[in-house]
Design a protein around this ligand. Structure first.
Ligand code: ADP
Ligand code: MG
Length: 147
């Protein structure tokens, strides 16, 4: 499924729609180059999930957790070695919360079997092309509800 986003506000609306339907154990992989909008999407998502604290880029901490309607785990694996060490990822994926992962390519061996992939590509300063791909029935339903 492909969506063209023409403004920051449309990215917020997409994040809101997904956050409203988020359930415990949901995992969303965020792909795209530096500056594509992965952190921006995560901030909108967390806010829509009810997180009141400021959501910063987790590049240096790798994992940051927040409390909203559900626990919200925000990961950025950019600084990990490829196929690096397991930081206890399963506790996040199979706990009570929702996990969003920037640079999931770095932890391919530790990812769960099912997840939603959101791939963001830069088109112009305010436009992005977003490709959503469901891996598993749960996420096929999520995409159906998005339409
Ligand atoms: P990444 O985490 O993918 O490296 P960031 O979210 O940190 O990217 O940066 C994206 C930048 O692009 C932010 O400064 C954001 O405000 C800006 N931006 C402008 N328009 C959009 C849009 N439609 N969607 C996402 N980001 C946008
Ligand atoms: Mg980022």
């Amino acid at each position: 499924m492909k969506i063209t986003i023409n403004a920051l506000q449309e990215m917020e609306e997409l994040a809101q729609k997904l956050a409203i339907n988020a359930e415990p154990n949901d995992v969303i992989l965020l792909k795209g180059d530096l500056g594509a909008g992965k952190t921006t999407f995560s901030q909108f998502f967390g806010k829509a999930l009810g997180v009141e604290r400021n959501i910063n880029s987790p590049t240096f901490n790798i994992i940051k957790s927040y409390q909203g309607r559900l626990p919200f785990h925000h990961m950025d694996c950019y600084r990990l070695e490829e196929d690096g060490e397991d930081l206890g990822f399963d506790d996040y994926f199979y706990g009570e919360g929702v996990t969003l992962i920037e640079w999931p390519q770095m932890i391919e061996d530790f990812l769960p079997d099912t997840y939603l992939v959101i791939d963001i590509s830069y088109v112009s300063p305010t436009s992005r092309e977003v490709t959503l791909e469901a891996n598993g029935i749960r996420y096929e339903r999520v995409l159906e509800e998005l339409v």
